[in-house]
Design a protein around this ligand. Structure first.
Ligand SMILES: Nc1nc2c(ncn2[C@@H]2O[C@H](COP(=O)(O)OP(=O)(O)OP(=O)(O)O)[C@@H](O)[C@H]2O)c(=O)[nH]1
Length: 297
C-alpha cells in the first residue's frame, strides 16, 4: 500500500468510528444536552422555568411547575383542576434552595418521580445563578427599610407607564406624598422612631390602594404612587382615604405627623418629567396651604 492509500484507509476508519460514536449518542442524550444549553441562556428565573417546563411538558404531561424559594415564588404554565401534584426539594451540597411542585395530568408514580428528579438536576446550577441575580436586582431596586420600590424602580415604572398609557390611550395619576413635621420625630425621639414611622406610613398607605397601584419611596420622607387607570376623581377618593386612615392612627396622632399630597393626571404627550413637575408643584401648593391636604396641578 502506498502512503496516500494508507492515509485514505486511516481516514475512512476514523470516519467510521465517529459515525459509530454519533449513532450511539442517543436522542435522549442529545435532548438532555440541548436542555442544559438552553438553560444556560438566561438569568431570568421565570424564563428558566418556562424552558424547563417546555422540555418536560409533553413527555411527562406536566402542565405547570411552581418554584418556592426562601426569596420568593415563581411559576410557569397553568395547572388544571384535575392535575396531580408532586413536590421535589432542590438542594445544592445538601443545602435546601427551595422546592419545585409539578402539576401532572398523569398519575404520580415512582418512575415519574425518579425521571423528574434526574431532569431537575440540570436545572439546579442555572437556577442558583438566576436566583442570585434576581436577589441582586431586588436589592438594587427595593428600599430596604420599607420593602417598596426605590427611586430607580420608580424611574423604570413611570417610563413604562407613560409609554403604555400613550399607546393605549389610557389615563393614570401620579401622586407625590411628603410627610409633614417628620423632622421633629427624628430630632425629638431619634432616628429609630423615625424609621418606624416611615415603615408604618407605607403599611397604612398600601392598605388604602388597590393591588394594581404601585407605591415607591422616592427618597427621605417623600413617596410616589401610580394610580392605575384612574383620573382625578379616583385621586380624590384615595387621598381622602389616606388622610382618614392617618387621622385615626394613634402613632401618627401622637407624633403629630400627617402627609401632604400633590397629584397630576397623565395628559397625552406628557413625558415622565412633565408629569412629575406638575405633581411636585401641587405638593408645594399643599404644603403652602397648611399641610395635611391634597392639591392637584
Ligand atoms: N428616620 C429616618 N429619617 C429620615 C430618613 N430619610 C430622611 N429622613 C429625615 O427626614 C426628614 C425630612 O425633612 P423634612 O421633609 O424637611 O421634614 P419635615 O419635618 O417633614 O418637613 P415638612 O415637610 O415641611 O413638614 C429629615 O430630618 C431627614 O433626616 C430615614 O430613612 N430614616
Amino acid at each position: 500500500m502506498d502512503y496516500i492509500s494508507h492515509l485514505d484507509a486511516l481516514s475512512s476508519e476514523a470516519n467510521a468510528n465517529i459515525l459509530a460514536t454519533w449513532s450511539s449518542y442517543s436522542n435522549t442524550e442529545r435532548e438532555s444536552d440541548s436542555l442544559v444549553e438552553q438553560l444556560q441562556t438566561t438569568l431570568d428565573v421565570e424564563k428558566l422555568l418556562s424552558i424547563y417546563l417546555s422540555a418536560i411538558a409533553a413527555q411527562y404531561k406536566i402542565s405547570s411547575v411552581e418554584l418556592d424559594t426562601f426569596h420568593g415564588k415563581f411559576k410557569s404554565g397553568k395547572r388544571n383542576k384535575s392535575s396531580q401534584t408532586m413536590t421535589l426539594p432542590i438542594r445544592i451540597n445538601d443545602r435546601l434552595m427551595g422546592r419545585i411542585s409539578y402539576f401532572s395530568e398523569k398519575p404520580i408514580t415512582d418512575i415519574l418521580m425518579s425521571s423528574l428528579t434526574s431532569h431537575q438536576k440540570k436545572l439546579i446550577y442555572p437556577l442558583r445563578n438566576a436566583l442570585a441575580f434576581w436577589q441582586l436586582q431586588q436589592m438594587a431596586l427595593k428600599d430596604p427599610l420599607t420593602g417598596i420600590g426605590n427611586r430607580a424602580m420608580y424611574d423604570d415604572a413611570i417610563e413604562y407607564k407613560v409609554q403604555h398609557a400613550s399607546r393605549f390611550k389610557e389615563t393614570f395619576v401620579l401622586m407625590l406624598l411628603d410627610l409633614d413635621n417628620f423632622k421633629t420625630v427624628n430630632d425629638t425621639h431619634g432616628h429609630l422612631m423615625g424609621d418606624d414611622i416611615l415603615s408604618g406610613f407605607v403599611t397604612l398607605v398600601k392598605d388604602c390602594l388597590r393591588g394594581t397601584d404601585q407605591m415607591f419611596r422616592f427618597g427621605g420622607d417623600e413617596f410616589t404612587i401610580l394610580l392605575e387607570k384612574e383620573g382625578l376623581n379616583g385621586a380624590h377618593i384615595v387621598a381622602a382615604r389616606i388622610h382618614h386612615a392617618i387621622s385615626k392612627n394613634t402613632t401618627f396622632n401622637k407624633y403629630k405627623v400627617s402627609t401632604s399630597i400633590g397629584c397630576a393626571c397623565f395628559n397625552e404627550n406628557d413625558t415622565p418629567n412633565d408629569l412629575f413637575a406638575r405633581a411636585d408643584k401641587a405638593l408645594y401648593a399643599a404644603k403652602d396651604a397648611g399641610k395635611n391636604c391634597m392639591k392637584i396641578a
